[in-house]
Design a protein around this ligand. Structure first.
Ligand SMILES: [Zn+2]
Length: 273
């Protein structure tokens, strides 16, 4: 069995403040260790459950957060930026399942740790085929393009609630409960370990019962930006249409095409903030 892991940092156990998610602070260095340790814990449990191959894709910010020298020596790691498929780089049809570790709730979630969707300074909301999704829901549909089911998502409690709506009845591990955007009650480390153990065991044992999501052949993306100028510059991308002042719409050929155009639109929007 072959498992793909996309690892973000905001939903990692112990991560609560901006000092943890980047920059020069010592706390960012601590958070990188916490992220590496949580990914290692997940991998250790996957091996115990008979998984034979794991690919980890570093999916936060500069995408080189995980400390390879401290990472489980049996896993492959995609590290660095840019990469064509971003948070889902390296995934293909050969994987049996995908896990999204350390994820966070979508933009606009009250009392959700670091609530944002893909690009917090640009995107106010993102809809796929008319339904608002966060990064977990979006990336699960990228996985579905390759017929790979997302079998487990971890992060704060609000994310785990979102995931039931955005993806369905998959395994979730809530490692903390957000009390505000930058404050959380972390569950005891031992409890986190036990919860991951039982959730991963159930996920691997019943991997055949997690169907990949159904993605339509012509998925429609709608992005509402924080500023109208962002929609104006994004409109210069071929086949993107503006809908109202701050919103653009794009009909993709498939999820990969849609994901690529979303990333281009966000990159352009970031030049005018
Ligand atoms: Zn992140």
């Amino acid at each position: 069995m072959k498992i793909y892991i996309s690892a973000d940092i905001e939903g990692i156990w112990g991560v609560v403040s901006r000092k943890h998610t980047g920059g020069d602070s010592l706390d960012y260095q601590r958070a990188r260790k916490l992220m590496t340790a949580e990914v290692n814990l997940v991998c250790e449990i996957l091996w115990e459950n008979g998984v034979k191959e794991i690919l980890v894709n570093d999916s936060h910010g500069p995408m080189d957060n995980l400390l390879i020298e401290e990472l489980d020596p049996k896993v492959s790691l995609i590290s660095g930026y840019p990469k064509a498929a971003s948070m889902m780089e390296g995934l293909d049809e050969s994987f049996d399942g995908a896990m999204l570790i350390g994820y966070h709730p979508k933009a606009g979630t009250a009392k959700g740790i670091f609530d944002h969707t893909y690009a917090g300074r640009e995107i106010r909301s993102l809809k796929l085929n008319g339904s608002e999704v966060g990064e977990a829901g979006l990336n699960a549909r990228v996985a579905a393009h390759f017929n790979v089911p997302v079998i487990l998502v971890s992060g704060d409690e609000r994310l785990c609630e979102d995931v039931k709506e955005e993806i369905g009845n998959i395994e979730t591990v809530a490692v903390k409960v957000a009390l505000s955007r930058f404050c959380a009650k972390n569950i005891p480390f031992d409890t986190m370990k036990k919860t991951y153990k039982s959730a991963i065991k159930r996920a691997v044992e019943s991997i055949d019962s997690f169907p990949a999501l159904n993605v339509s052949e012509d998925p429609v993306l709608e992005i509402t930006f924080h500023q109208s100028i962002m929609a104006e510059v994004a409109e210069s991308i071929p086949n993107i249409k503006k809908m109202g002042n701050n919103t653009i719409c794009y009909q993709g050929k498939d999820m990969i095409d849609l994901y690529r155009v979303m990333r281009s639109a966000v990159t352009l929007a970031s030049t005018v903030r």
